[in-house]
Design a protein around this ligand. Structure first.
Ligand SMILES: [Zn+2]
Length: 120
């Protein structure tokens, strides 16, 4: 704990805020605004997909809020709990997580524990 933290304020502190994504000051930032997963009503959709030439099975969790921190944390949690690899994608309109293997039965209760409803 630092007791003598000195904060320097400009007249408008928001002008000095930097975007966590592109590191530009907020007024210069052109990033898409991210949704707040706490205020975003959604039902995640689970489905199985075969990937690549080897036809590896992945569990796809679709229709998630497009919020990088949220997706990153959820992916990390699911990978750890499922003991497998995985990744998240933000290419489309919504966030998507891919977890290797058929882990639907494991993922469903984990999502529910995080307050995320799912179907599929
Ligand atoms: Zn930005």
């Amino acid at each position: 704990m630092t007791k003598n933290t000195r904060l320097v304020y400009s007249t408008d502190p928001t002008l000095n805020q930097k975007c966590p994504k592109c590191k530009e000051v907020v007024s210069e930032c052109t990033c898409e605004p991210e949704v707040d997963p706490k205020s975003y009503q959604f039902v995640a959709v689970l489905r199985m997909e075969k990937q690549g030439r080897g036809g590896k099975t992945v569990t796809v969790i679709d229709r998630l809020p497009k919020n990088e921190i949220f997706l990153k944390e959820l992916t990390t949690l699911l990978k750890k709990k499922c003991g497998t690899g995985g990744t998240y994608l933000m290419d489309g309109k919504e966030g998507v997580i891919e977890i290797q293997g058929d882990k639907r039965d494991l993922i469903r209760p984990l999502l529910l524990k995080e307050g995320i409803k799912s179907k599929g």
